[in-house]
Design a protein around this ligand. Structure first.
Ligand code: G6P
Length: 494
C-alpha cells in the first residue's frame, strides 16, 4: 500500500486466551491453525490491533490489568496489541450459542433435518437482538480504535459471528476499508431462505457493507452472489464477481487458506510427539491404520464414516484384524444439546461396531475424545488412509496437515463438499459424504492402492499445500483492499 495503513483484525475468538500459570501469573495460550498464524504475521508487520470477545476469566483479567484495556502482546513475544470486549454473559450466550452456533452454523452447513427443524420462535428473535447488540459493540470499538491508529485503518473482519459488522462500521466510519472473510461454507440461496427474513436480509446486507468479501471456495462465493441478487437495490454481477449496492462496489473474492508448514513440522519433532508416535506404532503392530482427526462436530460426518468402515469390513472380511481405525475427536460446543447428543451417537456407533465385528485380539475402532493436538500431530505421521468426509466444510485443514506430516505415502479420502477439495481433490480419493457404499469402496481403494500411485498422490498433496503459505491468504486480501481504495479514489476524483 502507498500510504501508511494500520491493520485491525476483528474475530469472535481471540488469537490467544489467558490462563493463570502455576504461580497465578496470566499466561497467553495461542490457538492453533493457519488463521492465527496468517493474521498475527500481518499484524506483526503493521504493529496492528486485534479486537475479540473475552472468552475466559483470564481474558477479562488481562484486559482489566492493561492500560486502556489494550494488551501489548510484546510482553508475550508478539508485536501487536489485543483488545478484548467484555460482553455480559446472557447477551453473549444469545449471540454465540443462540445465533452463531445454533442458527448460522446450522444454516451454512445444511445441518437441519428440515421436516422438524428449524422452527423459529420468540427466543430466536431475542437471541437475534443479542447478536445485533454484540455486532454493534464490535463496530463501535472498531470505529473508535480506527480513529486512534497512526495510519489509515484497514479492517479484516472474520466469520459468521460478525456478519453485521461491515455495514455497522461503514455507518460509523464511511471511509473505512473493510474486508470480511467467511471461514465456513455459505448456504445456497434456497437453503438460506430458511432463515427468518430479518436474519436473512440482515446478514446479507450486513456483509455487503464491506469493500471485499472473501471465501475459501468459489462455490461459497457464488452462493453469496446468488443470494444477494434477491435483495432489492442490489446488483450482483456473477461473471465479474462484483456486487453493486448503495452506490458502492463490493468485490467477491476466493482466497483459500492453508496451514503453517514450518510450525507444524516443528511440532512433529518435539519429544512429546515422538513419544506418542512410538505409542501409536506399538499399538498398531503390523496393522494398517485409517485415521480421522476432527472436532466432535455435526458437520464432520463421523457416524457415517464409521458406518462406511463397517460396510467395508463386512464386504471384505479378509481385512478384519489387519486394519484399525483411529478416531481422534476433540470436544466442541458442548453447551449445545445437539452436540452432546451427537457425541453420544458417535461413541455408541463405534461401540456397536466393535461389539459386532471385534475379536478377542482386535478392536476395529479406537476412539478418543479429548483435546489432543500432540496426539494428532503424531498420528498424522503414521496413517495409511486419512478419512476426511465432512457433510460440508468451509475448508478443512486436517486434509492439509495430514499430508504434510505423513511418512507412509498415506492416501487422503476426501469429501467433495470440503472447500479443500477444490485444491486437493485431484490427488485424493473423492467421496460423496452421504453415500456409505461409495465411502466403503474408497477405503478399500485407498488400502489397496499400489505404492507408486500412493507416492505420486502424497507428493502432489504436500506440494500443493506448501505452494500456498498462510501469508498469501492475508496478502491477497490486503491487495484487494488496496485495489478497492484506488478505485474509490479514482471514482471520487473523476
Ligand atoms: C471452525 C470454523 C471457523 C469458526 C470456528 C469457531 O474452526 O472453521 O469458521 O470460526 O470453528 O469455533 P468456536 O470453537 O470458536 O465456536
Amino acid at each position: 500500500m502507498n500510504e501508511r495503513v494500520s491493520v485491525i483484525v476483528a474475530s469472535n475468538r481471540g488469537p490467544v486466551t489467558f490462563e493463570p500459570d502455576a504461580n497465578g501469573e496470566l499466561e497467553a495460550r495461542r490457538g492453533a491453525g493457519g488463521l492465527v498464524t496468517a493474521l498475527t504475521g500481518a499484524l506483526h508487520e503493521a504493529e496492528g490491533l486485534w479486537v475479540s470477545a473475552a472468552m475466559s476469566d483470564g481474558d477479562r483479567a488481562a484486559a482489566r490489568a492493561a492500560p486502556g484495556g489494550v494488551i501489548d502482546m510484546r510482553a508475550h513475544g508478539a508485536a501487536y496489541r489485543l483488545r478484548f470486549l467484555d460482553i455480559p454473559a446472557d447477551t453473549y450466550d444469545g449471540y454465540y450459542n443462540g445465533i452463531s452456533n445454533g442458527v448460522l452454523w446450522f444454516a451454512h452447513h445444511y445441518l437441519w433435518d428440515a421436516v422438524r427443524a428449524p422452527s423459529f420462535g420468540e427466543s430466536d428473535l431475542r437471541a437475534w437482538d443479542d447478536y445485533v447488540a454484540v455486532n454493534q459493540r464490535f463496530a463501535e470499538v472498531l470505529a473508535e480504535e480506527g480513529g486512534r491508529q497512526p495510519g489509515r485503518p484497514v479492517y479484516l473482519v472474520q466469520d459468521y459471528h460478525l456478519a453485521l459488522v461491515p455495514r455497522m462500521l461503514r455507518e460509523l466510519a464511511p471511509e473505512s476499508l473493510i474486508a470480511h472473510f467467511s471461514h465456513t461454507p455459505i448456504a445456497g440461496p434456497t437453503y438460506l431462505r430458511i432463515l427468518p427474513t430479518v436474519m436473512h436480509d440482515g446478514l446479507l446486507r450486513g456483509m455487503l457493507g464491506a469493500d471485499v468479501l472473501g471465501f475459501h471456495s468459489q462455490t461459497w462465493a457464488e452462493n453469496f452472489l446468488m443470494s444477494s441478487r434477491s435483495l432489492p437495490g442490489v446488483r450482483a454481477d456473477l461473471a465479474r464477481s462484483r456486487i453493486g449496492v448503495d452506490g458502492r462496489q463490493v468485490l467477491v473474492r476466493t482466497h483459500p487458506i492453508s496451514v503453517d508448514a514450518r510450525a507444524l513440522r516443528e511440532s512433529a519433532t518435539e519429544p512429546g510427539a515422538r513419544r506418542r508416535r512410538r505409542e501409536i506404532n506399538r499399538r498398531r503392530g503390523n496393522q494398517r491404520l485409517i485415521l480421522r482427526v476432527d472436532r466432535l462436530e455435526l458437520s464432520k460426518n463421523i457416524v457415517r464414516g464409521f458406518q462406511a468402515y463397517e460396510l467395508f469390513l463386512r464386504r471384505v472380511p479378509s481385512w478384519r484384524g489387519r486394519v484399525s481405525f483411529l478416531a481422534l475427536l476433540s470436544p466442541s460446543r458442548m453447551e449445545l444439546d445437539a452436540y452432546r447428543a451427537y457425541a453420544e451417537e458417535c461413541l455408541a456407533e463405534a461401540e456397536r461396531i466393535n461389539r459386532e465385528l471385534g475379536e478377542p485380539a482386535w478392536s476395529p475402532i479406537d476412539i478418543h475424545v479429548q483435546d489432543d493436538y500432540v496426539g494428532a500431530v503424531a498420528a498424522y505421521g503414521l496413517y495409511d488412509v486419512l478419512m476426511v468426509n465432512p457433510v460440508i466444510d468451509g475448508m478443512n485443514l486436517v486434509a492439509m496437515e495430514g499430508p504434510l506430516l505423513n511418512r507412509r505415502h498415506g492416501v487422503l479420502v476426501l469429501s467433495r463438499n470440503a472447500g479443500a477439495f477444490g485444491r486437493l481433490g485431484r490427488y485424493a480419493v473423492p467421496v460423496n459424504p452421504f453415500d456409505i457404499g461409495e465411502m466403503a469402496t474408497a477405503l478399500e481403494t485407498a488400502l489397496d492402492m499400489p505404492l507408486g500411485e500412493r507416492q505420486r498422490r502424497a507428493r502432489g498433496l504436500s506440494r500443493l499445500v506448501l505452494a500456498n503459505p498462510p501469508e498469501r491468504w492475508v496478502g491477497g486480501q490486503l491487495e484487494d483492499l488496496e485495489r478497492a481504495r484506488r478505485r474509490r479514489t479514482s471514482a471520487q476524483t473523476s
